[in-house]
Ligand binder design. Sequence first.
Ligand code: M6R
Length: 365
Amino acid sequence: DKGGYPHFMLKEINEQGAVLRNSMAKRLAEGTVDLSAELPWTKKDVASWKRLHIVACGTSYYAALVAERFLETITDFDIRVDVASEYRYRNIPLGPDTLAVFVSQSGETADTLAAERIAREKGARCLAVTNVIGSTIAREVHDVLQLKAGPEIGVAATKTFMGQMAVLYLLAIHLAKMQGKLTPEQEKKYCDELTALPYKLESVLLRQESLQETAMLYNEARDFLFLGRGISYPVALEGALKLKEISYVHAEAYAAGEMKHGPIALLDPRVPVVVISPKDGLHEKTFSNILEAKARKSPVIAIATEGDDSLDGTADHIFFVPETLDQFTPFLTVAPLQLFSYFFARFLGCHIDQPRNLAKSVTVE
Ligand code: M6R
């Protein structure tokens, strides 16, 4: 049931406020995170893990890359994030000193399952973050955190990306606490902001019409560049993946600082540049990339923070998202990109919920 929406993808994008609330229910309350009902880990267990690996494919991998940037600021682990199809064929040091987290919406992705089997064989503690509680991965690992996003029908993952980020952030806070790395004040600050996010996200979703207008303006473009720095880089990757998956238009994401090392050669008035540029510590650096794109006459579509007028007169289109902590911006900046892709593909008449050549779960290598 599409609930009155023309496509499951649009319905699922619009459910994301509820997905955030569900993923935090019974895990976050009164300024603290408690995952002990699901994760039976003692402080001694956590202290025995020096390494933290996060392994996934596609959109789940991008959620892991976002979480990595939060984890590396609040925990003490030696962190590695990899795509499962690479991880499984490399000789990566891991063992009983490793907590290995496998992120898979379906829990059936062949490469992720194979990577998990290798890690488990080598003695790592294996945790699955999945939406499907009876899935193969959930049955095989030591520990499971469920997304609670509800079934996702659209082949393009949207609400489960949101749920994955939320669950991985809760996990980060849980681990940081067990490592003695988080003061109650810091924990409360993170929890208060996590609790506020669903409302902020819903305020973004309410303004989706303007994204439809912008998407239609660029319906003739066949190449897009997505740029972001720091925690916005994986958001750029996810934005470009969404656009190519459902519209079959070429979209490429780069870490903004890499632009001048090659992709800048692509820029001209036919190549729009989507810049994820929330007001964070790297904002000024990303702004310089916007100027570079404008100097090559590329149209710039920016995702920025409300109240930031620094892009006025520079970016061609600005979509504003509410203010949040620097490390939490992906929860708000990804939704406009999902909507932009959706409206762009819809205008082109694409099969949004069932894009060509793609399956919801990739059960073969
Ligand atoms: O079920 P999984 O999370 O393991 O799936 C991983 C990827 O196949 C998946 O995210 C894919 O990239 C989606 N089509 C993204 O929209």
